[in-house]
Design a protein around this ligand. Structure first.
Ligand code: NOJ
Length: 763
């Protein structure tokens, strides 16, 4: 069947060719096949392949199919079911050269089953769990006829004011790079050609997470060393893991928009890194070159983008409109267009679409009877991954876990919030299928107790914010207020709390508050939620805060008020069950923060691995003229790598196998970790290294390894890390990647601050 399809394709190509070869190139030879096809394409057909369109409910399908059949579209995104995509592929098969379409989508943390947001996935520090989430997302997406995801998003984010912090994996280069690799492999499986694998397009290339002031779409200005050292490695890791695509960032880099950046797209990506995949612009980014002020008009924008090597233009018509004229006038060359077309066809080839255009679309008779059926979800896996991603920040007097026999009142605007559970970029997830905290706790209690509930507060009393959040959503209002006055909501909650043994308050952000275009100047909980917490605290009842949010918040006061705090981020379809598992002790929390929690917005950035400074602040010795803000405690509220468990762990002193390392050797650093508490539990043992003196200033420490270990109550284990020269390398002022001889401090801890240290010399 496949052979036949291939044969007819080859015959079709030959019979319609413009300058046809007598013998069609064999499909087994990618380069020859693509070249042969390109020889037969008209200029318009080539340019058509460079067009990637978004399919919206408002778009007339008939017209799109006509355009496809005319060879004017290379791929779509946002059209996500087999019955929707099949007619488009049929239209492509009616086109002169029968070049298949591809279908893409933002599958960021799950497709139909929504897993925790990426920041939460990173909090698990569990590469198997993260990989599983990606694998399931790929399978579900491919089963819905999708070929490509615009993920993973591996932008390092060190400024939580940026709303897209939720979409990335945190502040640390090493951790994000590890996850980047895992995600690419999970999406692409054993080979892109597989029917249940999808192509990964790593984004946003590059440095999008470093937008000035955390304000979305803002500029980025960064030294080359910082780029190479801190921000670029995750993209590189994804590409080295085989990512077939790259999505180019909307921001500028040192004065040149990424979309027109020859250094970024040609010198770095293609020449230095050897990327051979498909570079796609972000939404409307080519047109935005005019807004950036580097192109006078659409013509110049198209020229800059094609010259830079942006192969596909997402949702604008500039390539179709301008490339023919630019070619005619000699402002661009045929090779500029051909290189782009080669990338698109190459990606389609790699995804197996030339062999079988219906590889992921399948046959109509096999379409799911109900696309939205619950049986298509992977609930058990989502629940397990979600509970691994929860971070216990505080647990005074062992307030948690809760007894199922307790009289519990659940309050807060996020207790019954199915949309928010999914977080932003929730792909094809359906709110009706997500388990809220109320549902999860009710189920966990069964008939052992009744869960009392009072809303207590809306997300915010600021109408402007509500309007903004609802404006972002096209289908239905995301934030629905309880119309009662704020005080009435609080009074009701307090009354219920007074009857209870313990209060659980689900507070935080609505999902839209941590999204694209949702930068904030203030990271406090909204004022009305803070009022609620204050009133609850005044009841004197034990108070558990369940935080739901897509970025670190500034919770200094609430941290004092609460007896226990569980950071749950936005935990996905099974979030309510997963959180209940932790609240009731059916799962012992094991997550660790992948990003520091600042005490205040004024402290940002608070990332742990900052450069050493000449006048460092020394805890316990404040004094003047050291680097600090004198009006607050120095350092984050909760550091990178931090997270508690219901059991306790102790770490022995570290043992180093040698105090010297030569260039070809290895040092073993080990500690004994013991579970000294009464419950089985998991923790993450983290390895940090500091290069004490170098030819340039080095960070105070950098994560270089970690292991998540499960220990039964009372059990101990020796954890080993192997250190070699590669782990000590960095980019110097000449951007040479090398290690320098000298003293290195090795630290091992259960977070980035409380560590045990030893030193060795690199010879
Ligand atoms: C804009 C976003 O920046 C990008 O991440 C996303 O992939 C595209 N829109 C398509 O939805």
């Amino acid at each position: 069947m496949k052979k036949l399809c291939l044969l007819s394709l080859a015959i079709g190509l030959a019979s319609h060719s413009v300058m046809a070869d007598a013998t069609p190139a064999p499909i087994e030879n990618k380069d020859a096949f693509v070249s042969n096809l390109m020889k037969q394409m008209t200029l318009d057909e080539k340019i058509g392949q460079l067009r990637l369109i978004s399919i919206g409910p408002e778009m007339p399908r008939e017209m799109i199919r006509k355009e496809i059949a005319a060879g004017n579209i290379g791929g779509t995104f946002n059209s996500i079911t087999r019955p929707e995509n099949r007619p488009m592929q049929d239209a492509a098969m009616r086109s002169r050269l029968k070049i298949p379409m591809f279908f893409a989508y933002d599958v960021i943390h799950g497709h139909r089953t929504i897993f925790p947001i990426p920041l939460a996935l990173a909090s698990s520090w569990d590469m198997d769990a993260i990989g599983l989430s990606g694998r399931i997302a790929a399978k579900e997406a491919a089963a819905d006829s999708l070929d490509i995801t615009f993920a993973p998003m591996v932008d390092i984010s060190r400024d939580p004011r940026w709303g897209r912090t939720s979409e990335g994996f945190g502040e640390d280069t090493y951790l994000v790079s590890r996850i980047a690799q895992v995600m690419v492999k999970a999406y692409q499986g054993t080979g892109l050609i597989g029917a249940d694998n999808i192509m990964a397009s790593v984004k946003h290339f590059a440095l999008y997470g470093a937008v000035e002031g955390g304000r979305d779409y803002n500029t980025v200005d960064m030294s080359p060393v910082k780029m190479y050292q801190d921000y670029l490695p995750p993209y590189r890791a994804a590409i080295d893991a085989g990512a077939g695509g790259v999505m180019v960032a909307l921001n500028s880099i040192n004065g040149i928009p990424a979309t027109a950046n020859l250094w970024l797209m040609q010198d770095l990506l293609r020449k230095e890194w050897g990327f051979k995949g498909l570079a796609v612009s972000d939404h409307g980014a080519i047109f935005e070159l005019i807004k950036h002020g580097v192109a006078r008009d659409g013509r110049e924008a198209a020229k800059l983008a094609i010259k830079a090597g942006i192969a596909m233009s997402m949702n604008d018509t500039l390539y179709a409109k301008e490339l023919p004229g630019l070619l005619k006038s000699g402002e661009i060359e045929q090779s500029d267009i051909d290189n782009a077309v080669r990338e698109v066809l190459g990606a389609k080839y790699d995804m197996g679409l030339f062999r079988d255009p219906y590889l992921r679309i399948g046959k109509a008779e096999d379409d799911p009877v109900d696309t939205y059926a619950d049986s298509r979800l992977h609930r058990a896996e989502a629940r397990d991954v979600a509970r691994r991603s929860l971070v216990l920040l505080k647990n005074h007097n062992e307030t948690l876990p809760l007894k199922k026999s307790a009289n519990i009142v659940l309050v807060g605007p996020l207790a019954k919030a199915p949309i928010d559970m999914m977080g932003s970029w929730a792909a094809a997830g359906r709110p009706a299928q997500s388990v809220t905290l109320f549902d999860g706790m009710t189920r966990a209690l069964g008939d052992q107790a009744t869960l009392h509930y009072a809303r207590g507060a809306n997300i915010t009393s600021d109408k402007k914010v509500v309007d903004y959040l609802n404006f972002l959503n096209f289908d239905a209002p995301e934030v629905v207020d309880d119309p009662r006055p704020a005080q009435a909501l609080i009074d009701e909650a307090v009354k219920a709390a007074q009857q209870a043994d313990v209060i659980v308050a689900a507070v935080g952000e609505s999902r839209g508050m941590s999204h694209e275009s949702s930068s904030r100047t203030d990271l406090n909980l909204p004022a009305n939620q803070r009022e609620l917490i204050k009133a609850l605290k005044a009841t004197g009842k034990p108070l558990v805060l369940v935080l739901m949010n897509g970025r670190p918040l500034t919770i200094l006061e609430e941290n004092e008020q609460a007896d226990a705090i569980l950071e749950t981020w936005f935990s996905g379809t099974e979030g309510g069950n997963a959180i209940a598992d932790v609240l009731f002790g059916d799962y012992n929390p094991s997550g660790k923060l992948p990003i520091s929690f600042p005490r205040s917005v004024g402290q940002i950035p608070t990332y742990y691995n900052h450069l050493t400074i000449g006048r460092p602040f020394t805890p316990g010795k404040p004094g003047n003229y050291t680097s600090q803000y004198f009006d607050d405690t120095t350092g984050p509220l909760y550091p990178f790598g931090y997270g508690l468990s219901y059991t306790q762990f102790s770490l022995s002193e570290m043992a180093l196998s040698s105090t010297t390392l030569n260039k070809t050797g290895k040092i073993d650093a080990s500690v004994t970790v013991k579970n000294t508490g009464k419950r089985d539990g998991e923790t993450v043992v983290q390895l940090y290294i500091q290069d004490e003196t170098g030819s340039m200033i080095r960070p105070i420490k950098e994560l270089k390894g970690f292991q998540k270990v499960l220990l039964k109550a009372g059990e101990q284990k020796v954890v080993h890390f192997s250190i070699e020269e590669d782990d000590l390398k960095f980019y110097n002022t000449q951007l040479k990647y090398a290690a320098e001889p000298g003293k290195f401090n090795v630290q091992i801890g259960l977070d980035s601050e409380a560590v045990t240290q030893q030193s060795f010399e690199l010879l």
